[in-house]
Design a protein around this ligand. Structure first.
Ligand code: FAD
Length: 261
């Protein structure tokens, strides 16, 4: 089984600063692997445990520092990694991101059975990249994947957990899975795991290698842009009542809402 896991480096902070193009200024931020992508690697490792001949290739589009999440993923047990690293990839929206990932998969990786993405990235949080990637590669996609039950006989059987409904579905391979957190915690890599990971390959790929032209990638290739980013104002209020008198509270809430409860 040839598994590709898409991983994104995200800022681990609430103190996000914005450029004039409304993209995140990543300099000076502490970066982490998107937690859902850690779960994606975990799911790939689960498949590998059942099918020991499987290989796991990590794929990330991001600046030079995104190498850190690939190194971390390799220490968790992935076999190799591809880093899409080129200034012309920066500022990509989900359309340009999925297009770049799709081109890299088609033109560089070529052969695969399963692509696993996180369900969301905690910074952009659109949840569009996985389904959009599937669409570009003309593959079936399973979203909200909680657990993988079976990968035999050319299909995958998975348990999905969406909007309070748990269902079991199957899809033919190759396909794309967008995954949620597993029941098990991700096991922290040991020093030995990190040492082993140093011997694994991270292939750095630029725009030309993907087969894309500059107009199709990054900010230039993005049909959407973030017009404004702001933290919503959360208004909380508090009124102290002398005793826990339900009537007084009720009449206050009625007055505030201007309607009967
Ligand atoms: P999601 O679609 O939520 O990520 C799902 C999964 O896709 C990830 O778990 C990961 O497996 C994979 N993935 C995502 N990005 C990468 C990557 N670079 N490399 C490898 N795998 C990846 N773009 C829009 O098109 N529309 C918007 O409304 C929008 N709003 C944004 C708002 C904010 C606050 C920010 C910071 C960005 C926004 N963007 C938006 C840009 C968007 O974050 C990027 O395009 C990003 O590369 C992909 O989208 P996402 O972060 O929403 O990922």
């Amino acid at each position: 089984m040839k598994i590709i896991v898409c991983v994104k480096q995200v800022p681990d902070t609430n103190d996000v600063k914005w450029s004039s193009e409304n993209t995140i200024i990543r300099e000076g931020l502490i970066n982490i692997i998107n937690p859902y992508d850690e779960y994606a690697i975990q799911k790939a490792l689960e498949i590998k445990r059942i099918n020991p001949d499987s290989t796991i290739t990590l794929l990330s589009m991001g600046p030079v520092c995104a190498k850190e999440v690939l190194e971390y993923g390799l220490s968790l047990g992935a076999d190799d990694a591809i880093h899409l690293c080129d200034k012309r990839f920066s500022g990509a929206d989900t359309a340009a991101t999925s297009k770049t990932l799709a081109y890299a998969i088609k033109n560089i990786i070529k052969d695969f059975d399963i692509i696993i993405t996180g369900q969301f990235a905690i910074d952009g949080d659109t949840a569009q990249t996985g389904p959009s990637l599937a669409c570009r590669l003309n593959l079936p996609v399973l979203t909200y994947v909680k657990s993988i039950l079976d990968t035999d006989s050319g299909k995958i059987v998975a348990k999905l957990d969406a909007e309070d409904e748990i269902t079991t579905v199957e899809a033919p391979l190759p396909c794309v899975l967008c995954v949620l957190k597993s029941k098990q915690e991700v096991k922290n890599p040991s020093i030995e795991d990190y040492i082993k990971a140093q011997g694994k390959q991270i292939k750095v790929v630029n725009l030309e290698d993907t087969g894309l032209c500059a107009e199709e990638a990054g900010l230039k290739g993005s049909p959407t842009f973030v017009q404004r980013a702001f933290r919503p104002e959360i208004k909380r209020w508090c009124k102290k009542v002398k005793y826990d008198y339900a009537k007084e509270i009720l009449s206050y809430v009625r007055e505030e809402n201007g309607k009967e409860i």
